[in-house]
Design a protein around this ligand. Structure first.
Ligand code: HEM
Length: 460
């Protein structure tokens, strides 16, 4: 055989690579390191755990084979996210019965047909955003914050019949602040030795308080429903409370319902707000694409036409903008897998059973083996004839296999609608000449992204 070692950057004795992992934006650092290892794989020893990073599309194809690799929770940041999401869908171990049960119960709520059912609520919240921006004519708006208000309000209303009314307030909802701090803390914990975490007593107290705040909110959401307020039997909460698993006949436990509601409030908004923010940023940088988007919106939604579900489904340019944004700016920068047994990938790299293998989205999505002019924002890659020629494992913004994103259609439907409505009504100017400043908290978003918004006039 032709086994070769997996190369590593230089580390230090005993501490391995831990000291060189930056406290902020570690994923950006991992992506940067990939440039030193053109073979598409490298290894590091972080907080005593051997980790492997892969981004060559052929290696990723092997890691995506579910007969050989599974979604790893232990030894990843998700092990700490389990402090507050327990066996919710995102953080459940594959072997936990809670995963299959919730997956089967909730799948119907994410069918294409179900999206039509959420459309009215998605539109209502998108119009709240537009209303806020209309009132700020000519002034700078915090783009990412407003998309976060929008995506949180949308998942809460369409999934749970609960209203955050985020656009009524100047401050972000305390839930969002608690969530941000919690995510950053859990990410930090996964990057340091447990004894360091123990020493940070005040941070631990804050972490627990934040988790309590989020769980209290979730409990009030569930209580409202039990008292018969808001929502329908077929929304997410309706299914969680009433439906039973078609395979086993079992219902979700009360604790698991709480964990699932919090899971969906988080997973259902963080990433979509990142997508919308990066898409808006990309349009500002690519005026010829922006012009195509305006042309599509003006054709399908002339004047103040209110879009319906079919309008959104007829779009061609806007969906390709979203596809390309997810290629260059995947909101979830890394997904964790591990082999069931000792194995060899690429015919030469040996991996022990259970090794943490991270798929690095950014380097994969720009790998020269799979992408021409990889750094160029080119929506024509997503024309059907070009899509058909793509490497089958070079694009994974929604993850892989049975543990891929259940909310993909939801996210894409919402993002299409919001982008269309915003482009129908507004033009943007980047008076502050924004430089991309990615903020990572498990997911990533543009930090402090502001643009000036103005209403579009006829023929502009
Ligand atoms: C899982 C990305 C929107 C709910 C995932 C995973 C990725 C992802 C990469 C797999 C993570 C892993 O392997 O560890 C995204 C992106 C989104 C998005 C890029 C938006 C652009 C949503 C929405 C919802 C949602 C809107 C809910 C309404 C979930 C859930 C899982 C998941 C529950 C766990 C699925 C399972 O393991 O069974 N998402 N997501 N996501 N996502 Fe999304």
């Amino acid at each position: 055989t032709d086994l070769r070692p997996i190369r590593s950057p230089r580390g230090v004795p005993l501490l391995g690579h831990t000291p060189q992992i930056p406290a902020t934006n570690p994923f950006e650092y991992f992506a940067e390191l990939s440039k030193q290892f053109p073979e598409g794989i490298y290894g590091m020893d972080i907080a005593g755990i051997e980790q492997v990073f892969v981004y060559d599309p052929d290696l990723v194809a092997e890691v995506s084979d579910e007969t050989r690799f599974f979604k790893q929770i232990d030894k990843t940041p998700l092990a700490h996210v389990r402090d507050f999401l327990n066996a919710g869908l995102f953080t459940a171990h594959q072997h936990e019965e809670e995963w299959g049960r919730a997956h089967r119960i909730l799948l119907p709520a994410f069918s294409q047909r179900a999206m039509k059912g959420y459309f009215g609520q998605m539109l209502e919240i998108a119009q709240n955003l537009a209303g806020k921006w209309e009132a700020r004519e000519g002034k700078p708006v915090k783009i990412t914050d407003d998309y976060t208000r929008l995506t949180l309000d949308t998942i809460a209303l369409s999934g749970f019949g609960y209203r955050f009314d985020s656009f009524d307030k100047d401050e972000l909802h305390p839930f969002l602040n608690a969530l941000l701090e919690t995510l950053i803390e859990s990410l930090r914990r996964s990057q340091e030795l447990p004894m360091m975490t123990k020493l940070r007593k005040a941070d631990d107290r804050k972490y627990r308080d934040n988790i309590r705040l989020m769980q209290d909110l979730v409990e009030s959401v569930i209580k409202e429903r039990r008292e018969g307020k808001g929502g329908g039997e077929e929304d997410l909460l309706g299914l969680m409370l009433e439906a039973t698993d078609p395979d086993t006949g079992k219902a979700l436990t009360d604790d698991n319902v709480r964990d699932q509601v919090l899971t969906f409030l988080i997973a259902g908004h963080e990433t979509t707000s990142g997508l919308l923010s990066f898409a808006t940023y990309s349009l500002m940088r690519n005026p010829h694409v922006l012009a195509q988007a305006y042309a599509e919106v003006d054709r399908l939604m002339p004047g103040d036409t209110v879009p319906d579900y079919d309008t959104i489904m007829q779009m061609d340019v806007i969906p390709r903008i979203l596809d390309e944004t997810l290629r260059l700016w995947a909101p979830i920068p890394l997904i964790g897998k591990a082999p069931h047994e000792d194995t060899v990938i690429g015919g030469r790299y040996q991996l022990k059973k259970g090794t943490r293998v991270n798929i690095l989205e950014g380097p994969l999505h720009t790998h020269p083996k799979a992408w021409d002019r990889p750094d160029e924002f080119d929506i024509d890659r997503w024309l059907p004839e070009n899509r058909a020629k793509q490497h089958p494992h070079a694009y994974k913004p929604f993850g892989n296999g049975v543990r891929a994103c259940i909310g993909r259609q939801f996210a894409l439907t919402e993002a299409r609608l919001v982008l269309a409505l915003v482009l129908q009504k507004f033009k943007f100017s980047d008076t502050a000449d924004y430089k991309m400043d990615v903020k990572e908290a498990l997911t990533r978003k543009p930090g402090d992204f502001e643009l000036v918004v103005r209403r579009r006039k006829e023929h502009e």
